[in-house]
Design a protein around this ligand. Structure first.
Ligand code: OOB
Length: 491
């Protein structure tokens, strides 16, 4: 594993993880305990998660972009025994989140300030008790969500490893593979599709990128002889534009595969990948809840450019249904429901929500609108969930709305997606102000930042309205709001 100037061998990673497991154990972290982990793409991240896996404690995978509102919620909702974070990343002092976290202990990679230094925990592993069994929970992953509070996804060691192994095979990983981790390693795509875990499983080499911009990434690809990497569509676009505009083409000769997923990749951008970067494209349509679809390495261009792939496993069940849960004709657009060997049957401690998010026979309602082609490939056509997909970053409309509703000048609010040429979607808040109050975008943005909401969730636009259009049953019609935005954009 390569992290900046540092190289960590497999033996060293194993040794560091075991010693850190001993350290966590000495601190009192036990099997089943939750530990919120928020680290950038660094080697320590893997020490921490493998150490927790070894004990049977459950990492809760926060993203580096999360702030006090999210971290505070993850820690309290999971009764976390510890919060592991970094000192300063991208100009933000993560130690300031300790208060919001309110966990018994904050452990810091780097300069710990008044907290516990991660580096001080590595200890003699000889007395470590046995680890968990394969069927036990391994971690809690975050759901993109569509409700007021983020849901947690309980994945077991065996279900996750199954998806990792199968993904590594589908993506042709070998000991010669060199994988560049560009997106946050805590995300399911970077972690397991096939991601860092898939590469470690195959015995390959992982290179960690601190930042995803072309100036950081293109030289890394050349120097480290990277063979495969994974990005969201806006990053693919950014890299393509950067490479095309360079006078001297960077050396990308080692690159064999660019995986693109997390949001819909348009066919026009898809078609530029191979000619501009000189590597094969693979579309990946996955979800932290389980199901992952890949186009295959030997698929014809028609499939690779126009579909979001097919499931990992022959045991992944795909149902495409109408609003009444009745199957639509094959090839027609409908709601995607899925059940399978590595897809969860329920969110963690969320019985009430599970009754709507899953069918009585255990299918997960993905909230995605898809077409299931006769050849088994899926095409994502839209979304029925109240979520904004901002360049692969998922934003639950209701979560942002609930924060905005606490603002004294806001009477009512609806947050919807607005199409965007670069990110795919951005966020627009429609606000009905309280009588006699005025609201402005800068004011609301500052307010949300102050409440500790992650920057990617803060609305890009504001539309002040007198009242909302309503549906037949009296709910706010988000469809009409989106249509109004489109009319303005197109007009
Ligand atoms: C990945 O996982 P999540 O949990 O952040 O988001 C899942 C949702 C899907 O339900 C879908 O709405 C959207 O993200 N999505 C796509 C897509 N890939 C994900 N929509 C259209 N086209 C695609 N290719 O995003 C994720 C997890 C594992 C691997 C890759 C992505």
């Amino acid at each position: 594993m390569v992290d900046g100037g540092r190289e960590v061998s497999y033996a060293a990673l194993r040794d560091r993880a075991l010693r850190l497991a001993a350290g966590f154990h000495q601190l009192g972290v036990r099997r089943g305990d939750r530990v919120v982990v928020q680290l950038p793409n660094t080697a320590e991240y893997f020490d921490v998660i493998f150490a927790l896996f070894r004990i049977g404690a459950l990492p809760v995978f926060a993203l580096p972009a999360h702030r006090a509102a999210e971290i505070g919620y993850f820690c309290s909702h999971t009764s976390a025994v510890a919060f592991v974070t970094t000192d300063v990343h991208e100009g933000f002092d993560h130690r300031t989140l300790a208060t919001a976290a309110g966990a018994a202990r904050t452990i810091v990679a780097g300069d710990p300030g008044e907290h516990t230094a991660l580096a001080s925990l590595y200890a003699d592993p000889s007395g470590l008790p046995g680890g968990p069994s394969a069927g036990e929970l391994a971690f809690l992953q975050l759901s993109g969500g569509s409700t007021g509070l983020p849901k947690l996804i309980p994945r077991t060691h065996d279900d996750y490893l199954y998806s990792v192994r199968a993904s590594a095979e589908i993506c042709g990983l070998t000991p010669d593979s060199v994988y560049l981790a560009v997106l946050p390693v805590a995300h399911n795509f970077t972690m397991s599709s096939p991601g860092v875990l898939g590469v470690l499983h195959a015995g390959g080499r992982v290179v960690l990128a601190r930042r995803p911009d072309p100036a950081t990434v293109l030289p890394l690809i050349a120097v480290e002889r990277v063979t495969v990497t994974a990005v969201v569509p806006p990053l693919a676009l950014l890299w393509l534009d950067a490479v095309e505009s360079m006078e001297k083409r960077p050396d990308l000769s080692s690159l064999r595969l660019l995986q693109v997923g997390g949001a819909k990749l348009g066919s026009t951008v898809a078609a530029r990948v191979e000619p501009v970067l000189g590597c094969r494209l693979q579309q990946v349509f996955g979800m932290a809840e389980g199901l992952v679809n890949y186009t295959r390495l030997d698929d014809p261009d028609e499939v690779v450019l126009n579909t979001q792939g097919r499931p990992i496993s022959a045991d992944d069940e795909i149902l495409v249904v109408d609003d009444a849960d009745q199957p639509v004709a094959r090839g027609e657009v409908g709601h995607l429901l899925t059940r399978g060997p590595y897809t969860i049957r329920g969110y963690w401690n969320a019985d009430e929500h599970n009754r709507v998010a899953f069918t009585p026979d255990g299918f997960y309602r993905t909230g995605d609108l898809v077409r299931h082609r006769p050849d088994g490939y899926l095409v994502v056509e839209g979304r029925a969930k109240d979520q904004i997909n901002r360049g692969g970053e998922k934003i639950a409309a209701e979560e942002v709305e609930n924060h905005l509703l606490t603002h004294p000048a806001v009477h009512d609010v609806a947050v919807v997606a607005v199409p965007d040429a670069y990110l795919g979607e951005r966020t627009c808040a429609f606000v009905v102000p309280r009588a006699g109050s005025a609201v402005t975008l800068p004011q609301l943005r500052a307010y949300l930042r102050e409440r500790g909401l992650a920057a990617y969730k803060i609305p890009d636009r504001l539309n002040v309205v007198d009242a909302f259009p309503v549906t037949g049953v009296g709910k706010i019609s988000r469809r009409e709001l989106r249509a109004a935005l489109r009319a303005v954009q197109e007009g």
